[in-house]
Design a protein around this ligand. Structure first.
Ligand code: SAH
Length: 338
């Protein structure tokens, strides 16, 4: 049965109107689900019996099973079981400015980036909006806290599951309910150009991050299969178009791998590509995985200095969760195949 968490407020309003209910009842249901966190329709005491029956016949209020939880000081990694038995991961990070969650968008991933653990599992299926929302609700309940920002940077390529990701963003952004501000939501893509173009028309002020990782096509195609489909020139054109349309700054992610993409000349080429564009480059220390061919760069600060000198906005990402395999690119839902 369909999860109620797949519905936007507007979807539920339409459902009620078309099935003998009242439009305003949708707001009541959302209030129970997202504010009071009720998990049974019959506990929604301001609804009449007919509406409760109607909802019960058509939707379920589901939960996810927490299969495993690993915690380090400010990081908690969760493994959840979905109704079909698939496993997904989410990571909660506690910052002094609030709590953020990193959610997955697919079971497995087909992008096959060479350095990434998540890509070693083939994509099994897309996640539904409810399957991205439930980790938020489950973790908030488990840790008794509120999550204020969401990054869609877990397993999967969000722009390979575009419609569900958009719906997920719309639901969590819904004012009065979870109400996670658009500026507190970030979508990261490996560079699916047509979807970047489509996303530039999305009305919410969500942050866009691009996994860039290499300053020339030869290296980028070696590291990231997607570059063989949409090369650097096409990717940068789509970023320019996005900035022009939205007037928003784009994040360029650059994972720093020892002896692969961390040389001075590469920093200079990278600077040349982005000079004058409204972007900031986020240097990500490579999190070492089970693959011994990739190591963390020892030249992050030299690389940083070159970009700075070229007047590029640049930051180094703080490392989180490496000790519990919860860092970027380490998510893999290990239990699946180990
Ligand atoms: N598919 C999307 C979402 C995944 S986000 C994307 O590619 O953007 C995960 C981010 O972590 C990406 O920038 C990815 O390239 C990066 N990453 C992957 N493996 C990593 C690792 N071992 N260490 C650090 N970052 C890694």
């Amino acid at each position: 049965m369909e999860s109620i968490y797949n519905l936007k407020l507007n979807d539920l309003e339409n459902f009620l109107i078309n099935n003998g209910g009242k439009k305003y009842q949708a707001a009541q249901v959302f209030d129970w689900l997202y504010k009071k966190r009720i998990t049974k329709f019959k506990d929604m005491t301001n609804l009449n019996k007919e509406t409760i029956k109607l909802l019960e016949l058509n939707f379920q209020i589901d939960e996810l099973e927490i299969v495993k939880k690993q915690s380090a000081e400010q990081t908690h990694k969760y493994l959840f079981k979905l109704s079909d038995g698939s496993l997904i991961e989410a990571v909660l990070m506690m910052h002094n400015y609030g709590n953020s969650i990193c959610v997955s968008s697919q079971v497995g991933c087909n992008m096959g980036c060479l350095f990434c653990e998540s890509g070693k599992l083939k994509k099994v299926r897309n996640l539904l909006p409810s399957e991205m929302i439930l980790p938020i609700l489950m973790i908030e309940k488990d840790l008794n806290l509120r999550i204020s920002s969401v990054v869609i940077m877990g397993i999967g390529e969000p722009f390979d599951n575009y419609l569900n990701v958009i719906k997920f963003i719309e639901i969590i952004n819904e004012p009065k309910y979870l109400s996670i501000g658009a500026r507190h939501i970030t979508v990261s893509t490996c560079g699916v150009v047509p979807k970047i173009k489509e996303f530039s028309d999305f009305p919410l002020q969500v942050n866009l991050a691009i996994s860039f990782h290499a300053p020339d096509d030869k290296l980028r195609s070696e590291l990231m299969k997607i570059n063989k489909v949409y090369n650097i020139a096409e990717l940068i054109d789509s970023i320019k178009e996005y900035i022009l349309k939205t007037n928003r700054r784009v994040t360029i992610e650059y994972v720093m791998i020892d002896n692969v993409n961390d040389k001075d000349e590469q920093a200079k080429s990278l600077a040349k590509l982005f000079k004058g564009l409204n972007v900031y480059i986020n240097l990500i220390p490579y999190n070492e995985t089970s693959d011994p061919s990739f190591k963390k760069s020892k030249r992050i600060m030299q690389f940083y200095d070159i970009l700075k000198k070229e007047n590029i906005n640049v930051t180094v990402r703080r490392e989180f969760g490496g000790d519990i395999d919860a860092a970027c690119g380490q998510l893999k839902a290990k239990e699946v195949n180990e």
